[in-house]
Design a protein around this ligand. Structure first.
Ligand code: UD1
Length: 367
């Protein structure tokens, strides 16, 4: 019977969190298997990240695809359980807050297997976000909780989780960013879009609360139309957002004069656009962190964030639905008087090493 460690990934934001872990396991010659749930499946939502980040083909591909939350979560559980029963691994590592995370966490603990959660403890305190539900439940049952920022430690303790399960290790996504920065610089992707350095804004919008209903999406478009009247913007469109634009027939409401629309981009091209941009407008979780590390001004079109460090010490500002806040902050950014941001604790490129050291000490020594 094999006794591997399983690493689970399923959706776009997972892949940059597992890449450094895989590299560190390989460096230390620790056996592992990679499970891809197939929650994201389009080339430019999944395979391109494997190619860009040099991740080998997964050992298992569950091919679950899209569906309602119940359908997607249930399909992942059914398929993942089969593999767990067959292989009986010694530790399952899940990352982030997507449906794949909670689905595999539930299966793992019901089969009495040890569970580690990377990016534990983050809380938006907004249960209308599916990710918040996934985060809270996964953290309750995980044995090893690897936390990216101090607020995560406080949240977990407030939820009654014992300190012995909590490890403040830093940010895995920043490991990936640091190790790919040079490669990303060299793609010069921004030039292929005829952009000039520091003269454009980069937009990503895909949260259900912004795009799933017509009025919310109209408000987003209104904001983007305002921003593009001040600075050129580049907008790689997430499939969820594209579908909503078509469904609500809002495609023509977006003023196209000063906007470049693209398909979702690969990791290196997107990072190239980030590092050369003047500002970022987003509702993504991970991009708030990457932008703060890079010290790029970021306006987040959400009322809350599960990553408060990016607002307190980084370059992020929550704009929500406040048009005045948007105008004020945009003006500051364009006049170069916006906050500069500080370095963030343990976001130093060594998080995967810290995590693997803990796994060796706590898990592998027993085998
Ligand atoms: C998921 C995560 C979210 C993460 C986001 C990043 C959950 C609950 N949400 O949201 O935390 O920030 O991924 O992208 O897990 N689709 C495609 N091609 C794909 C993948 C999705 O066309 O490769 C379509 C699906 O058909 C669906 C929509 O995009 O209609 C949304 O996909 P889904 O996996 O439900 O959630 P995301 O919005 O991507």
């Amino acid at each position: 019977m094999t006794k591997d460690i399983f690493i689970v990934g399923g959706a776009r934001p997972n892949f940059m969190k597992i890449a450094p872990l895989i590299n560190e396991f390989k460096r230390q010659i620790i056996k592992f298997k990679l499970i891809h749930t197939g929650q994201h499946y389009d080339y430019n939502m999944s395979k391109i990240f494997f190619d860009n980040l040099g991740i080998d083909k997964p050992d298992y591909f569950l091919n679950v695809g899209s569906g309602s939350h119940a359908v997607q979560t249930a399909k992942i559980m059914v398929e993942f359980e089969k593999i767990l029963i067959k292989e009986s691994p010694k530790l399952i590592i899940v990352v982030g807050d997507v449906n794949s995370t909670i689905a595999c966490a539930l299966v793992t603990k019901k089969l009495f297997t040890e569970l580690a959660h990377i990016e534990a403890g983050l809380r938006s305190f907004d249960v209308k976000m599916p990710e918040e539900i996934n985060r809270r439940l996964t953290d309750q049952i995980a044995d090893y909780l690897f936390v990216t920022e101090e607020s995560g430690v406080i949240n977990l303790k407030n939820e009654g989780i014992d300190s012995s399960r909590i490890f403040f290790v830093g940010n895995m996504m920043i490991d990936t960013l640091i190790s790919n920065l040079e490669k990303a610089r060299k793609t010069n992707y921004y030039k292929t879009l005829d952009l000039i350095r520091s003269s454009y804004g980069l937009v990503t919008i895909h949260r259900p609360s912004n795009v799933d209903n017509r009025e919310d999406l109209e408000k987003i478009i209104e904001k983007l139309n305002f921003i593009q009247s001040k600075i050129k913007i580049v907008f790689p469109i997430h499939p969820r957002t594209r579908k909503s634009m078509i469904k609500f027939k809002l495609d023509n409401e977006l003023n196209k004069n000063n906007i470049i629309l693209t398909e979702p981009l690969g990791y290196l091209d997107f990072l190239n656009l980030m590092i050369n941009s003047k500002l970022i407008i987003t509702d993504s979780g991970g991009i708030q962190e990457e932008a703060s590390y890079l010290k790029i001004p970021t306006l987040t079109l959400r009322e809350n964030t599960e990553r408060p460090i990016t607002v307190e010490k980084g370059t992020n500002t929550l704009i929500g639905n406040d048009f005045n806040k948007l105008k004020m902050n945009l003006e500051k950014i364009l006049l170069n008087s916006y906050k500069k941001g500080q370095s963030l604790e343990k976001w130093d490129g060594n998080t995967s090493q810290r995590i693997v050291a803990i796994i060796i000490k706590k898990v592998l020594k027993n085998f």
